[in-house]
Design a protein. Structure first.
Length: 512
């Protein structure tokens, strides 16, 4: 993965979360749901609904399952929403995933569509509470944001039930050590709901769902003036008193749930370790149902390829499975072997350049051959990684792209003339280089982002590069051709970074 560089004009600082604007894409969606008379409710975490409406957190919406087909039509009609699927074994029944793109802000928002209340442990969600109709029939309109949300009395019951279900033996150990179970954001949400409920109404709402005794306990917990939230003992008492028992809503046996939870937790740990090792920015496992997408950024020096690759990866990785690669011949992905050879070449290079370039000989020629072989190996690995990742459904962002149309510059072949050399060793090295380009051509990108900049702009951003070389690179980039199946997007890279990034985001969203 390449290192970001300051090649583009700096962009304005992002607004603080509290000052962030509401996402138009969400406001339009909820207006459309009301117009279509589709029953919905944002069913949890309404304490920070403002963060949800600005794209800072996910959108958890409970939908009347009888309206599922009409909702699919609404989302299909909107180019701002696209459906994604999670990695096999990571999804949950009754939940769909959509990602929305808000064009005015460039923000992505993750839309969780719940057709049933599937909840529970962090890595399992092994319970289904059959309270969907109760939520939808008692929903209330949030006065600040104008959308339907769960009645706070019922939301408080669901919050406590969710955490009762999540209780594990290690929580009791933490409580014995003096750690409060409800703390941080969890406690803030609990107290926010308590301030909005009436005890008698809470008992009235909760009794049909968990029984009168559990409802009375919940009301006493909510009436505690200390605002510390329920203790582990109170949560365990609520679990004992609830009728029907919350355990009756299990989707798995106790052993089956434990086995699945452990497997998912260790799978998640391995996934995080692997992403850290390969420097992948992916935070999500969601992939497009129609398959992966390979995107390549091409442009002359100073066009902002590395910067944009990094920015787009950060933009996508929160909601979509994405990896970055480096398809060039520079230092962006150089292996340890090639870096060592480059360092040795710098040491042995003559201090004073000759009037006429002298071809390398002896040890320098041998080192150059080893360097070419190392680069060819890296290029083959790059092609294999792009092919596998795209086949697995990931979005692959490649900084630079190998090309065979122009030799010597812009990541093209460097030693094609060695194919006819009298030296067998040189011919072998040249064939290895050609073979690596053939491997790269087997994985043509689905999308090419071509960054066009004038020579003057490129020279200002890359003052160390000779002007003649910059001019030639600008010409080469404009003349590159790609397979008919590849979509080429032309971007004016001379603009400030904010404008370039927004243009890339808009175009790329249309390709997903």
């Amino acid at each position: 993965m390449s290192t970001p560089s300051a090649e583009l004009e700096p962009r304005a600082a992002r607004p603080a979360p509290s000052a962030a604007p509401r996402l138009v894409v969400l406001e339009e969606l909820f207006h459309r749901l009301d117009a279509e008379q589709i029953r919905y409710a944002h069913w949890k975490s309404n304490e920070h609904l403002g963060a949800t409406m600005t794209g800072a957190t996910d959108v958890d919406v409970l939908i009347d399952r009888r309206a599922a087909q009409r909702l699919a039509q609404v989302l299909t009609d909107s180019p701002q929403f696209k459906r994604f699927v999670v990695k096999a074994g990571r999804g949950y029944p009754g939940i769909e995933d959509y990602v929305g793109f808000d064009a005015p802000t460039g923000m992505l928002t993750h839309l969780h569509l719940h057709y049933q209340l599937t909840l529970g442990e962090k890595f399992l969600k092994g319970h289904r509470l059959p309270w969907e109709e109760a939520v939808l029939s008692t929903r209330v309109r949030d006065p600040e944001h104008g959308i339907w949300v769960t009645d706070p009395h019922l939301e408080l019951l669901i919050l406590v039930a969710r955490h009762v279900i999540k209780l594990r033996w290690r929580d009791s150990l933490l409580a014995a050590a003096g750690h409060a179970y409800f703390r941080g954001g969890m406690l803030r949400e609990f107290n926010w709901l308590v301030a909005r409920v009436r005890p008698e109404r809470l008992v009235e709402v909760a009794s049909p769902l968990v029984g009168a005794r559990a409802a009375a306990l919940l009301a006493s917990i909510a009436a505690d003036p200390r605002g510390r939230g329920p203790s582990i003992g109170q949560l365990r008492a609520f679990r004992r008193l609830a009728q029907p028992r919350l355990s009756s809503y299990r989707m798995f046996s106790a052993w089956g749930a434990t086995r699945r939870m452990w497997f998912r937790e260790w799978t998640w740990i391995w996934w995080r370790v692997k992403n850290w090792f390969f420097r992948a920015p992916t935070k999500s496992t969601r992939t497009p149902p129609q398959g992966g997408l390979a995107v390549a950024f091409v442009g002359p020096d100073g066009s902002g390829k590395s910067t944009l690759t990094t920015e787009v990866a950060q933009w996508l990785s929160r909601e979509i499975a994405v990896i970055t690669t480096y398809g060039g011949s520079g230092k962006g992905s150089a292996s340890t072997r090639r870096r060592l050879l480059q360092h040795m070449g710098d040491i042995t290079r003559p201090k004073r350049p000759a009037a006429q370039p002298v071809p390398p000989r002896g040890a320098r020629l041998f080192g150059k051959m080893l360097w070419v072989l190392a680069l060819a190996r890296e290029r083959r690995r790059w092609a294999a990684r792009v092919r596998r990742a795209r086949s697995l459904g990931l979005v692959v962002l490649s900084d630079r792209l190998p090309q065979t149309q122009f030799a010597g510059l812009n990541d093209g072949p460097r030693y094609a003339e060695w194919l006819d050399a009298p030296s067998m060793l040189r011919r072998l090295v040249a064939r290895r280089e050609q073979g690596s380009f053939r491997d790269a051509e087997l994985v043509p990108p689905d999308v090419v982002i071509r960054l066009n900049v004038p020579v003057e702009v490129a020279a200002r951003r890359k003052p160390d590069t000779p002007p003649d070389q910059l001019r030639r690179k600008v010409e080469i980039v404009s003349q590159l051709t790609f397979p008919p199946a590849t979509r080429v997007i032309e971007i004016n890279g001379a603009q400030p970074l904010e404008r370039v990034l927004r243009a890339v985001q808009t175009e790329l969203w249309g390709c997903l």
